[in-house]
Design a protein around this ligand. Structure first.
Ligand code: FES
Length: 111
């Protein structure tokens, strides 16, 4: 495994309680879109991981982006495009899609 230094890490829950009919497809689309934008496997890029459970278990598809610890729920493909372009690329979390922010995250989002 060639683990580059990345600026964001995004997790997608693909567990059985998080819209299992949609979430794996959102995860694959995330992979495809990050590759198209040359954001994966590069210095300063985006690390992508799937989880079998993030502990919320409702409102899927669920995504969480670190280091800001910003959570998104009910993510559609259109939402995913906005999260990639606005949050991952421009470093501006998508306020109208956020359902939770961890106040103890190691980096505060630039609003
Ligand atoms: S199954 Fe997705 S948060 Fe638990």
């Amino acid at each position: 495994m060639n683990l580059k230094n990345y600026k964001k890490h995004i997790f997608v829950c693909t567990g059985s309680k998080c819209a299992p009919e949609i979430s794996p497809d959102i995860y694959q689309k995330l992979k495809q879109k990050l590759e198209e934008k040359s954001l994966s496997k590069v210095e300063g890029g985006v690390m992508r991981s799937q989880s079998s459970c993030l502990g919320v278990c409702q409102g899927g598809p669920l995504l969480v982006v670190y280091p800001e610890a910003v959570w998104y729920d009910q993510v559609s493909e259109e939402d995913l495009d906005r999260i990639i372009d606005e949050h991952l690329v421009q470093d501006k979390p998508v306020k109208d899609l956020i359902f939770h922010k961890n106040q103890y995250s190691c980096k505060k989002p630039s609003d």
